[in-house]
Design a protein around this ligand. Structure first.
Ligand code: FES
Length: 109
């Protein structure tokens, strides 16, 4: 495993668990959109579509910066919003500190 990659543990909408390699230094969405079971990310990361919605496993929450303005505004309008674990994966950087990050893909709205 190269220094620029780290692991994510992704639970899909059917409850299947996948271990994937994610690129460090880019948004979580960039990795998750590569999989059929991942996120659609229709707006491409502009924080306007919310089709990149995920749930972070609570244990990992302290390692993530809190959602800011636009992200928060979009999240609270979602039917499946589940504070504080809900995040838009296009607004969260994948860092080395998040190696092993466990998350779940949110249901379609
Ligand atoms: S990709 Fe559209 S809000 Fe994240």
């Amino acid at each position: 495993m190269g220094a620029s990659m780290a692991k994510m543990v992704v639970t899909d909408r059917d409850g299947n668990v996948h271990e994937v390699e994610g690129r460090i230094g880019v948004k979580l969405m960039e990795t998750l959109r590569e999989y059929d079971y991942g996120v659609t990310a229709i707006c491409g990361g502009l924080c306007s579509c919310a089709t990149c919605h995920i749930f972070i496993k609570p244990e990992w929450m302290p390692k993530l910066p809190a959602p800011q303005g636009d992200e928060k505004e979009l999240l609270v309008e979602l039917e499946h919003y589940d504070a504080p674990t809900s995040r838009l994966s296009c607004q969260v950087d994948f860092t080395e500190a998040l190696d092993g990050l466990e998350l779940k893909i949110a249901q379609d709205e």
